[in-house]
Design a binder for this molecule. Structure first.
Ligand SMILES: CC(C)(COP(=O)(O)OP(=O)(O)OC[C@H]1O[C@@H](n2cnc3c(N)ncnc32)[C@H](O)[C@@H]1OP(=O)(O)O)[C@@H](O)C(=O)NCCC(=O)NCCS
Length: 158
């Protein structure tokens, strides 16, 4: 699936590096009541099974969105996907997720999982558009709220 409201050439997706973390953390803290810490991002940047990418709208512009996922033995897990508040509803999460799914296919991933807050309608709609379906519920996963585990099969026949 390719959602392209802006041509892909206008987007720049690059591996996240330590120098991106100030900007990433600004977005992260604005997005989540319990944001990831700098240390958690740093450990993911060192984690051999983790991939993290930023998306900019121009090469020298600010980070507009980012994604973090793991690939382990043919399964992928999306851990974080966030778009800066002023940049939403322009297809940026879709572009980043689409790119990540391409990278997963290239790594022979056959199934992708993620958790999403029950109340996060925006994210649930986004993942549904990509064909993710609700797999099961992790009760009180977020302490105050259930997580919906969503899954997407990739690969031949999917
Ligand atoms: C969820 C999030 C990543 C979506 O990013 P985005 O760049 O705005 O998403 P897109 O523009 O690619 O939207 C794709 C589709 O997702 C759905 N969607 C996105 N935002 C939505 C909203 N506020 N309400 C309902 N549906 C929404 C729509 O189906 C949309 O397609 P449409 O615009 O054609 O209707 C963004 O809102 C965000 O960063 N939220 C805070 C962090 C977060 O919750 N991350 C997900 C954790 S699991």
């Amino acid at each position: 699936m390719h959602i392209q409201r802006q041509p892909l050439s206008e987007h720049l997706i690059r591996p996240m590096g330590p120098r991106d973390l100030d900007e990433v953390l600004d977005i992260e803290r604005a997005c989540f009541a319990e944001p990831w810490s700098r240390g958690l991002f740093e450990s993911e940047l060192e984690n051999p099974v983790a991939s993290a990418y930023t998306l900019r709208l121009d090469p020298d512009g600010p980070v507009a969105a980012y994604i973090v996922f793991w690939v382990v033995l043919g399964e992928a897990h999306v851990l974080n996907l966030s778009v800066a508040q002023g940049r939403r509803r322009r297809g940026l999460a879709s572009v980043l997720l689409d790119d990540a799914l391409d990278k997963m296919r290239a790594s022979m991933v056959y199934e992708v999982f993620l958790e999403v807050r029950d109340s996060n309608r925006a994210a649930r709609r986004l993942y549904e558009k990509f064909g993710f379906s609700e797999s099961f519920v992790r009760k009180r996963y977020y302490g105050d709220e259930d997580a919906i585990v969503m899954a997407l099969r990739l690969g031949p026949g999917a």
